[in-house]
Each structure stands twice: as structure tokens, then as C-alpha cells.
Design a protein around this ligand. Sequence first.
Ligand code: IMP
Length: 192
Amino acid sequence: MDPQMMTSMFDDVERVLVSEQEIHERIVALADEMNAIYSDADLPILVCILKGAFMFLADLTRHLQFRHEVDFMEISSYGAGTTSSGVVRILLDLASSVDGRHVVIVEDIVDTGHTLDYILRNFAARNPASVRVATLLNKPSRREIEVPVDFVGFEIPNAFVMGYGLDYAEQYRNVPYIGVLKPEVYQEGTED
Ligand code: IMP
């Protein structure tokens, strides 16, 4: 058997940065901020940026009290490591048109800002009525390009985080909290 299979993925976690309870409470508050802005008549489209934002969208949407639609877009900007390749690509595009519609981009984390900048420029060309951005996590100290963010769950320090939808090398997305892995786990990944 692969020796990796004999240890729990939770053994790889060095520390919990944001607990399940803290995430839940913050999402309820973010949903309230959005409930105060949007009404049924706006019928906004929430655009979940895959894969990292799937859990955030799933929890957020259940606390929204206005009619809305959801759609999905998959963007790739990272390889298997923890630093951006700098190349942003659309792997899956929206199913619906956003022409004349109110859009809320739902992101997992804004780090350097390059991915969100690309997404916002891409949406501007699609003629939406408005675009706002909701991100669960924000790492302002890492910003290389200024991007507008309207709804922020948590500002976090400069550390590579995983869990609650966010991955390291495509794993750990199912961990129910936001955590930091032990340094040796990242080192093993970069040796590949
Ligand atoms: P940016 O283009 O540098 O802002 O990076 C944005 C994307 O990189 C996010 O949507 C994530 O998919 C990924 N990312 C950035 N930081 C982290 C992290 O700490 N953990 C996991 N993924 C991250």
C-alpha cells in the first residue's frame, strides 16, 4: 500500500487558521450584506470560480434571501506548487449570457490579484449591468495588481492555505476549515 494512504490528511495540517464555526458565522454576515444590496428584481447571477470557491458558494447561496441564479467558470492560474505560474486560462466558460445582468463573482481567495484582474476584464467585455466581487479570503500583503473586492470573508497573512474548497496539489479541498500545512508537505510537492 502507498505509505501516504496510511496516514490521515489531517496529520499534514500544521495549524487551523479559520475554524468551521468562524467560517459559518462570517458567511451568514456576508450574506446579510448582500441581502441589503440585492432584491428579487435584480435577479443577479452568482458566478462561482472553480474549483476553489465551490464550498463557499454552496454555503453562501443558502443564506441569500433574494432570487438569483448560479453559474460556474473554471479558471486555472496555478500548477501543482504554491506560486502562480502567472498564466491565467479559462478552462470552463459560463453557460449563460451576462449581458445586462447583475453579476457577483464568487472567489475563494485573492492573492496577487492577477486572476481576478483577468476575470474582471473578461466580464467587462460581456456588457453586464454591474459586477461585484465576493471572496472568502483576501491576502492584501501579496497584491501585485489593484483589484476591487466588495465582500471579504477574512483577511489572512501571507501563508499558503488549504481546506474549505482550497487545494494544495488538488488535495485537501474537503478539509472543513482553512489551515496551513506542515512545511515538509509543501517541500515534498515541489520536488516532483
Ligand atoms: P492570484 O491570481 O494570485 O490572486 O491567485 C488567485 C488564485 O490562486 C485563487 O483563486 C486560488 O485558486 C489560488 N490561490 C492563491 N493563494 C492560494 C492559497 O493560499 N491556497 C490555495 N490556493 C491559492
